[in-house]
Design a protein around this ligand. Structure first.
Ligand SMILES: Nc1nc2c(ncn2[C@@H]2O[C@H](COP(=O)(O)OP(=O)(O)OP(=O)(O)O)[C@@H](O)[C@H]2O)c(=O)[nH]1
Ligand SMILES: [Mg+2]
Length: 319
């Protein structure tokens, strides 16, 4: 039985094994991912991002519990580009998500960077694929919102929730603009702290609230939450579900997915050609010799590139 078949039957061990393969030996996971692709597309992928400590894991925990109450099957992926570790839930999160960890309707996985081939964003996308085809209805992807790689990761989500907190010097000016722009829903967490309303006003002036209402234009709602007590959490979940309905109703879901597949296809094709090209020219020290020639001004990078690409393509056509 292939791992993919196991995943489709909802086998937890096959699922965990395939995810490890995706992380450690991505080429070896391709056949299973091919088998799974036709079975994907059902899950609502929700990205939760924000600066360190805004309460992402606590929000994820509260949201997951609410979906479990409706017997929705939930996948949780905590992506930390700064952590070298992958595997089960991170220690702190395992404590935080104790009830979920023992619930058979929930699958929790953390992913670290670990110099991954093809990038963390693509690995995350493939793990989402596994959980999606395995029958999860909602997949929550937690990632710290600091750099471009995190923007890429969060863009694999259908709905992006950006978590902010009042005070903490964490006002909008200091948050990476790219992250704010990806937001479909804002959660002002730790709303038990002072100045939550001030932050809300700041967001409102930034995000389309004074623009004219257009039909079917999604304006990111701003939800106030206290993840630790559950205040505002039902409303946050509602806002996320509203966005999902909006995506489906307006055709935006197909549009986003199309763009995502296009980007994925592009990067897979690029990797494929790059690998073939360098495999071809790195034999017998050829590549180094050309670099040396450029260095000695015997040729220039543009001429050299042409002289490398043409024979490579000929060799591909010939054999
Ligand atoms: N006062 C208050 N504390 C909260 C709230 N939500 C979370 N916390 C606390 O804030 C701390 C950080 O919460 P986490 O959920 O681990 O935050 P995180 O964003 O996942 O953190 P990283 O994954 O390390 O970036 C914990 O001690 C939580 O108990 C809230 O709404 N109010
Ligand atoms: Mg966390």
């Amino acid at each position: 039985m292939s791992l993919a078949e196991g995943v489709l039957r909802g086998d937890v061990r096959a699922t965990a094994k395939l995810i490890s393969l995706i992380e450690n030996q991505p080429e070896a996971a391709v056949a299973d991912l091919q088998e799974l692709h036709p079975h994907t597309g059902n899950a609502h992928v929700v990205g939760i991002t924000g600066s360190p400590g805004v309460g992402k894991s606590t929000l994820v925990d509260g949201l997951a519990k609410r979906w479990r109450k409706e017997e929705r099957r939930v996948g949780i992926i905590a992506v930390d580009p700064n952590s070298p570790f992958s595997g089960g839930a991170l220690l702190g999160d395992r404590v935080r998500m104790q009830d979920l960890a023992t619930d058979p309707g929930v699958f929790i996985r953390s992913m670290g960077a670990r110099g991954r081939l093809g990038g963390l964003a693509r690995a995350t996308h493939n793990v989402i694929r596994v959980l999606d085809s395995g029958g999860k209805d909602v997949i929550l992807v937690e990632t710290v919102g600091v750099g471009q790689s995190e923007v890429d990761i969060v863009q694999t989500a259908d709905t992006v929730v950006v978590g902010l907190v009042p005070g903490m010097g964490d006002d909008i000016q200091t948050i990476k603009a790219g992250i704010l722009e990806t937001a479909d829903v804002f959660a002002i967490n730790k709303a038990d702290r002072p100045n939550a309303r001030g932050l809300e006003m700041e967001l409102r002036t930034l995000f389309g609230w004074n623009q004219e209402e257009e039909e079917d234009r999604w304006i990111p709602p701003i939800e106030m939450t206290v993840a630790t007590t559950g205040a505002g959490m039902d409303e946050l979940k509602e806002a996320i579900c509203d966005h999902w309905d909006h995506l489906k109703r307006t055709g935006e879901l197909q549009h986003r997915r199309r763009e995502r597949y296009e980007a994925e296809l592009q990067s897979v094709v690029e990797d494929y050609w790059r690998k073939r090209f360098f495999d071809y020219w790195q034999r017998e020290g050829h590549w180094e010799r050309v670099v040396e020639q450029v260095l000695r001004k015997e040729t220039d990078p543009f001429t050299a590139a042409q002289q490398l690409v043409v024979p490579f393509l000929d060799s591909e056509v010939g054999g």
